[in-house]
Design a protein. Structure first.
Length: 278
């Protein structure tokens, strides 16, 4: 493994293949190095160089309906397939995609739940959401499926949060990750807010990858009095402490059983959460 740091970009090279990332994403060099094969194998074709240093369109292995525009890193479909398998998704179901990034996961959920189902995607990074809009609109033209995209952060209050816009999958609130990238105030929603705004009769599955905010959003007891979705959470470290135990404590109060799952190619654990016994 070789890492070559330049002013504008960083090249990570393994066995003659290179992934290039922006110098502003230097905090993710370790993730790219550890998950090199995971990311490099996500893109179809025979190129020896994948350029993640700026927004770009890629053809993704495991999803061949349309090319996908990514803000920076690609989004391999392996984790999304884990979500779909765990959720037991079927046509007509309703899904909340919290931390939608490029919108690819939302699109793959929509492929399963169909036109009779609903997918509500939430993304707080201003640069990420630009790509999500492109992809969701392109997918609507291709399939006729509507995906609802909300710009803001899922939180435990409605007061807004100061958000670090990194143009990456790791974007989060300043209070969780510090000031990285451009900083802006974004709107916040609770789970109950989303359900009310969208007039949801049922919620069948929640995918949660929100870079630490999972530690607060499941405090929403009003939501869990009305809905009992399956939930899959990617847990993170906040100030050196894993959010896993807080998520477990919150959800066990509502009668959930929680199981840990590994993600191939990713160091973050997944928590699979089911109301009652799995």
């Amino acid at each position: 493994m070789q890492v070559d740091i330049k002013d504008e970009y960083i090249d990570v090279t393994k066995n003659g293949n290179t992934i290039r990332i922006s110098s502003r994403h230097i905090v993710y060099v370790r993730d790219i190095a550890m998950g090199f094969d995971y990311y490099f194998s996500s893109v179809s074709g025979d190129s020896k160089m994948l350029d993640f240093s700026k927004p770009a369109q890629h053809n993704i292995v495991g999803f061949d309906k349309i090319p996908i525009m990514f803000p920076s890193f690609t989004e391999p479909t392996t984790s999304t397939k884990q979500y779909i398998d765990f959720a037991k998704l079927e046509a007509g179901m309703t899904v909340l995609d919290l931390g939608a990034y490029s919108g690819l996961t939302s699109i793959m959920f929509s492929e399963v739940v169909g036109k009779s189902g609903r997918v509500i995607a939430v993304e707080a990074d201003a640069e990420n959401i630009e790509c999500a809009v492109v992809n969701i609109n392109r997918y609507r033209d291709y399939s006729g499926h509507d995906i609802r995209l909300l710009y803001g952060a899922v939180w435990n209050h409605r007061n807004g949060v100061t958000f670090s816009n990194e143009c990456n999958m790791g974007s989060s609130a300043v209070e969780l990750v510090g000031a990285r990238g451009s900083v802006s105030m974004v709107k916040t929603f609770t789970l109950s807010d989303i359900a009310k705004m969208e007039g949801l009769q049922n919620v069948d599955f929640i995918k949660c990858d929100i870079e630490g905010a999972e530690s607060v959003i499941f405090e929403d007891a009003d939501f869990f009095r009305l809905y009992s979705p399956r939930i899959m959470i990617e847990v993170h470290n906040v100030n050196g402490v894993s959010t896993a135990q807080k998520c477990i404590n919150d959800l066990e109060r509502y009668g959930y059983t929680i199981t840990e799952y590994a993600q191939p190619g990713v160091r973050h654990l997944l928590l699979g959460c089911v109301k009652g016994r799995n």
